[in-house]
Design a protein around this ligand. Structure first.
Ligand code: CTP
Ligand code: ZN
Length: 150
């Protein structure tokens, strides 16, 4: 029998297999309004692989665009759409073609650090990750990207 740490939900979205410790950051990036009930489980034992975080958003079916925003920090995450207590759909997050907000440009001289503009990057490559700033054209690879999370 499976052990359930947080209640099952009737309808909504479950983001599972988030690397342990990144759950709160994921929640922040999802930028949900105050209307939704949210259940969070952190440091849950997950198979042999150690620990994971889980976020359950009750009553709201998140679309791909909303969910893919978390791909940079939780590439292993699984998104489960729940209806009538059942998993109706299960998919992996995917890195979008464009990243808006979420990270800051690594170039200290970039205009995004001086003006009120939202950082924006074009995804040149998903694996290995490589982004290019829309404003200054600085390219950033995975290790640098993760150091510039907003
Ligand atoms: N879940 C939930 N409410 C439901 C059904 C499922 O909160 N009514 C949650 C489960 O607790 C789990 C996730 O949705 O965190 C996926 O459910 P399920 O596919 O049944 O679990 P697993 O088979 O363990 O998923 P995976 O294969 O992705 O590890
Ligand atoms: Zn820049």
């Amino acid at each position: 029998m499976k052990e359930l740490k947080v209640s099952a939900i009737n309808k909504g979205t479950v983001i599972d297999h988030i690397p342990a410790g990144r759950g709160l950051k994921v929640l922040e990036i999802l930028n949900l309004s105050g209307d939704n009930t949210i259940l969070i489980a952190m440091n849950v034992r997950s198979g042999k692989l150690g620990r994971k975080d889980i976020i359950k958003v009750e009553g709201k079916i998140l679309n791909e665009e909303e969910v893919n925003k978390i791909a940079l920090i939780a590439p292993s995450a699984t998104v489960n759409i729940i209806e009538n207590w059942e998993v109706m759909e299960k998919r992996k997050v995917e890195i979008p073609d464009e990243i808006i907000g979420i990270i800051e440009c690594a170039n200290p001289n970039c205009i995004t650090h001086y003006e009120e503009v939202t950082p924006k990057f074009k995804v040149l490559s998903k694996k290995p990750l490589k982004l290019k700033c829309h404003y200054c054209e600085r390219t950033m690879e995975e290790d640098i990207v993760l150091k510039h999370l907003l």
